[in-house]
Design a binder for this molecule. Structure first.
Ligand code: UDP
Length: 254
């Protein structure tokens, strides 16, 4: 079979042309980056785990009627998704202070926030993904005011649902980042959840010990990164059946 055409290569994923118009294949790499790609590394098996974790979470969100780009998982490292027009905004939700918020506002890590806070960042590597206000997003036409209403509403529902789901398996959802896209179907346009939801873009702490189970282990050289990602999958009940032996999976799709 001919190799599918590569459309885009990002830091952690590659997008290929899908088998039918309007579909794409999303391939999960083991590559990890942090601090706007200043720090680079490989987390063995990460792509396999993130593919599986993102499939699981997107499917659960679909079951509560959150529209997503996810169609189905194809194999260890690939999933079939709907092609969407990505809105160039990273939407971050915070329940507990961590990461850039602690630095920017001097709030100690671990402080429970009085309510969930949504922040927006303009997706632009050259500018280091600067934080922006909804005003910038609508004024510059990255999204319309009705798009933003949908995005905020969906994001709050995703946060409520995922917070409960993780709490049920002994994990605190500290914060996470999501991206949305425009899906055109017939004459209609819908805002749908895109990208991935995995320990690469969530902060997940063990509820009892507050131990970090996410990419902060890589960012801060805390070690046991693979183990942490595996533990998230294990608690969700979705550790790949093949076990850790096959974590590398196929090197590249055909
Ligand atoms: N995040 C992400 N991609 C980014 C920036 C942030 O997935 O480019 C996620 C990050 O994993 C965390 C949340 O968004 O769960 C908030 O990140 P923060 O603003 O604290 O920045 P960071 O500490 O990642 O620099």
């Amino acid at each position: 079979m001919a190799r599918r055409r590569q459309l885009y290569e990002g830091k952690a994923k590659i997008l290929f042309e899908g088998p039918e118009p309007g579909t794409l294949v999303q391939y999960f790499k083991d590559d990890a980056t942090a601090f706007n790609a200043q720090k680079k590394g490989t987390i063995t098996g990460k792509g396999v785990l993130n593919n599986r974790i993102s499939e699981f979470l997107m499917t659960k969100l679909g079951e509560i009627n959150i529209p997503t780009h996810f169609i189905r998982r194809l194999n260890m490292r690939e999933q079939l998704i709907k092609e969407v027009e990505i809105i160039p905004v990273e939407v971050v939700v915070r329940n507990i202070a961590a990461g850039s918020m602690t630095q920017r506002l001097g709030i100690p890590e671990g402080t429970r926030l009085p309510r969930s806070i949504i922040e927006f960042y303009y997706k632009n590597d050259a500018l280091n993904d600067p934080m922006v206000a909804e005003e910038h997003i609508t004024a510059f036409g990255w999204a319309t005011p009705p798009d933003m209403d949908d995005i905020v509403h969906l994001t709050l529902r995703i946060n409520d649902f995922l917070s409960g789901l993780f709490l049920g398996v002994g994990i605190t959802l500290v914060d996470f980042k999501v991206e949305f896209g425009r899906l055109y179907e017939n004459e209609d346009m819908r805002i749908v959840l895109a990208d991935e939801i995995s320990p690469d873009n969530c902060r997940l702490w063990d509820s009892k010990t507050n131990e970090k189970m996410d990419k902060d282990r890589f960012r801060r050289d805390l070690g046991k990164i693979e183990e942490a990602y595996q533990e998230v999958a294990r608690r969700l009940g979705i550790l790949p059946e093949a076990g850790l032996r096959d974590m590398k999976g196929p090197e590249m799709m055909q």
